[in-house]
Design a protein around this ligand. Structure first.
Ligand SMILES: Cc1cc2nc3c(=O)[nH]c(=O)nc-3n(C[C@H](O)[C@H](O)[C@H](O)COP(=O)(O)OP(=O)(O)OC[C@H]3O[C@@H](n4cnc5c(N)ncnc54)[C@H](O)[C@@H]3O)c2cc1C
Length: 426
């Protein structure tokens, strides 16, 4: 086997669009990203090299993927209305992540806030119509962001089941027919001046644990009172810009709230599994690329005049690596299936505790395996593992970051303990 498509995925529920979409993105990745990605680290601030590749992936001058979630009536492809939206997203995350997981997150986080208003059964047609031209009519890449994390802690905000939103300090006050928003967010993917549209998880009553007071409000980036800092310099993931965003008496129409009291909290609990499933897809993409690079290395490098892969010690390591990739891919598609409406074998709704805890558990597991096998691959590659020419060290830096986001490892483990052991206070 050399063809990485042969790593297991459950073929019977893969969307009919899967093959076509994959081949288009693979072609883009091989031409527009793979030859240049080594230079991305130095381009972290300006995105001179990175931006044209995004335009070709997302804008109408290229593949046009940024409009995919919008309904066809509004100029999109209708993926938000598909029964397989999660599974399709997993394939997109994998294919873009194979080339560059930071590009994958920047592109897919554009879908993230939009899932709240474009995915059945919660399509908000008024907001969908409002924002469709921004994404569907653009020649160049247009990004969105989910501005969730705050300086005092991101994990608590994601831990809505336990905190009920009481730690959130970004406040929205209704004045007439406008929301007035004040607060400070950190880290959102596509901040640092990239995104044109934010969704802002916030509270309408500071300190409240009543989920009716939790709100998700859309804010166009150029609205008066929105200020963004410059991008942070990270260990990797140069194609994803992260920064501070300050909201100071920012006013938006009252109907920019995604759905309203209670429903916004439910929708927030639905977007968490989206982020977790996509994170697994990114890691699978990076692992598939690791396999491609490692295959060539162990087949062509020799030890005692035999290819490296014929050495028993090396074979046991690369066998474990390939085995882990196979298992992680199965788990990632199984996680996507928990999110999809189609063939729902797990039987519980996407906003349930079951899905939150099981997806966090799977994301934590796949992250750990990915971090481990990149370490093992570097042991086999020796100094070539650290050589930028080989692109392994790039993925190695990037996937460690995926392990840390979305509440970090502890929140994943706390949620698992809470569900499986009926813990009440974690
Ligand atoms: C590349 C990148 C992209 C990101 N993209 C986004 C984005 O798009 N939108 C966004 O809003 N944020 C984003 N983030 C932020 C990220 O999701 C947060 O950093 C993460 O949720 C952790 O929050 P925190 O950094 O505030 O840490 P804290 O919540 O302060 O946690 C600090 C430490 O305490 C641990 N901890 C937290 N809760 C518990 C608990 N209950 N029990 C035990 N230990 C606990 C954590 O695991 C961590 O080790 C991104 C971060 C990175 C690096």
């Amino acid at each position: 086997m050399k063809n990485f498509d042969e790593f297991s995925k459950p073929e019977e529920y893969i969307s009919p669009m899967d093959k076509h979409i994959r081949s288009v993105i693979r072609n883009w990745a091989d031409k527009e990203v793979m030859p240049y990605r080594r230079k991305y680290d130095e381009d972290w601030k300006d995105h001179h090299i990175i931006e044209p590749a995004f335009d070709k992936l997302m804008g109408n001058s290229g593949i046009g993927l940024q409009k995919a979630l919008f309904p066809p009536e509004l100029g999109g492809w209708g993926i938000g209305q598909s029964d397989s939206a999660f599974t399709i997203s997993c394939a997109l995350a994998e294919e873009v992540g194979r080339a560059d997981t930071a590009m994958a997150v920047a592109f897919m986080v554009t879908y993230w806030p939009l899932t709240t208003i474009l995915v059945e059964p919660h399509v908000n047609w008024r907001l969908a119509k409002e924002f469709a031209p921004m994404f569907c009519n653009a020649e160049k890449a247009v990004f969105a962001a989910n501005a969730m994390t705050e300086p005092q802690g991101g994990a608590d905000i994601e831990n809505l089941e336990l905190t009920g939103g009481k730690t959130i300090r970004t406040v929205a006050r209704l004045e007439g027919d406008e929301w007035v928003i004040n607060g400070h967010k950190l880290w959102p993917t596509n901040s640092g001046g990239v995104a044109k549209l934010f969704v802002v998880p916030c509270t309408t009553k500071p300190g409240s644990t009543d989920l009716k007071d939790f709100a998700m409000i859309f804010v166009p980036a150029e609205t008066k009172g929105v200020t963004q800092g410059g991008p942070y310099e990270k260990a990797g993931m140069a194609a994803d810009k992260n920064s501070d965003i300050w909201f100071e008496d920012v006013r938006v129409p009252s109907w920019y709230r995604a759905h309203g009291p209670s429903m916004d909290a439910q929708i927030f609990r639905e977007i968490i599994p989206w982020g977790l499933a996509a994170s697994m897809g990114f890691m699978c993409g990076a692992m598939l690329n690791l396999y491609e690079i490692l295959y060539d290395f162990v087949s062509t490098k020799t030890y005692k005049n035999k290819p490296l892969k014929e050495d028993d010690h090396i074979a046991s390591i690369i066998g474990r690596i390939a085995g882990d990739i196979d298992i992680c891919r199965i788990l990632s598609y199984e996680a996507a299936k928990m999110g999809d409406r189609r063939n729902k074998p797990y039987g519980y709704p996407i906003y349930s505790d079951e899905v939150a805890c099981k997806m966090r558990n799977l994301k934590d597991f796949v992250s750990d395996r990915a971090v481990d096998i990149f370490g093992k691959a570097m042991d086999v590659l020796g100094p070539y593992g650290a050589d930028r020419e080989y692109d392994i060290e790039k993925h190695w830096r990037d996937i460690k970051i995926i392990q840390l986001w979305m509440g970090g490892k502890q929140l994943c483990q706390m949620e698992a303990a809470r569900y499986f052991f009926n813990c009440k206070t974690l």
